[in-house]
Every structure is written in C-alpha cells, then in structure tokens.
Design a protein around this ligand. Sequence first.
Ligand code: 5GP
Length: 190
Amino acid sequence: MRKLEERILEDGIVLPGDVLKVGAFLNQQVDTGLLADMAEEVFALFSGCGVTKILTIESSGLPFATAVAMRFGVPMTFAKKHASANMTDDVLSAEVFSYTHGKTFRIVVGSEYIRKNDCVLIADDFLANGNALKGLISIVESAGAKVAGAAVQIEKCYQGGGDAVRKTGIRVESLAAIASMDGGRIRFRD
Ligand code: 5GP
C-alpha cells in the first residue's frame, strides 16, 4: 500500500536490533485516516472469505484489528499476554516468544470467544519471525475454527515468518513489505 510505504519512509525510525519504530503514526500515536484506509484495503482483500471474527494479540495490534473489525462489521477478539483474574480456566492458549520483549509469553483467549463455526482473520501490526502469528493460528485451530488468513500492517520479509506461514497454505497479506533495513535504509519488496 503506497500510502503506508511513504509514511514509513517519512516517519519510521530504524532502531538497533532491527526494530522499526512507527510510534508516530501506527503504534503509540495512531493516524486515524491512514488506519481507515488500511482497514479498507484489508476488507478489499478478504471480503467474500466469510470472516466472522478478527483476532489479534495485545497490545500494539489493537487499533488495526479494531479498525478492520469495524469495516467487516464483526467482533474483534484479542489474546492476552497475562491471564487475568476475571478469566476462567477454560482458555485457549499458546506459547509465544516476543520479538520486542525478548521473552516467552503464554497468550490466552477465553474459549467462549472463538467457536468451531468461526472463520477468523488474524490481524497484527508487525510480522517478523512469525511467532506471534503462529501462536494465534494455533489458538484458532485448537478451537476447531477456520483461519481465513492473516493481514499485517508491516511485514519484515527478510525475517522469514510470513513465508514460513504461507508455506503451510495459510494466506498472509501485508500492507507494506520490507525487504531490508540494512544500514538503517528501508527497502520495500518489489
Ligand atoms: P514476530 O512474532 O513475527 O517475530 O514479531 C511480531 C511481533 O513483534 C509484533 O506483534 C510486534 O508487536 C513486534 N515486532 C516485531 N518486529 C517489530 C518491529 O520492527 N517494530 C515494532 N514496533 N514491533 C515489532
């Protein structure tokens, strides 16, 4: 998506450790006009797939997942990184190594929120090594529901997570696909 790529070049900051900071428009502060355009793009890609629910992981995927869910007119559900007191033991869970925190979380979703007859579109801000996405897929599959696919705002293609998931037959779409950030210079995939 050209508009997102331009904004990344303008306001994205490449940090040490291969992390792209997009706090100015996507993560910590959200450009709502751009967000609405991204939701529209995802709707164009996946409408007609019978999506009944959008699933993400807290916390930085929440604005995108909510905007996408609003466009589809379906609920947004998110996996929590910490089980809270108001959750029962009846949960769907997966172990996920967090790229940005450098540790493993057990992510959980109350099992009442994903049912066998759901067709779930997974939405997240970044796709790097694919750990978050694989954890979310495993949660949907453990509920016996269908994965419609995954939509991510930014894929760092060179980290391989997206292609590993595509190889399993799951459709993965990214709105901006970064081929490399060598030397702090962002290059998009052709
Ligand atoms: P993965 O599990 O695919 O390795 O990483 C995906 C998760 O790590 C995303 O949910 C995102 O929150 C975080 N992440 C990965 N790479 C980046 C990055 O370059 N910048 C930011 N801001 N978050 C990232």
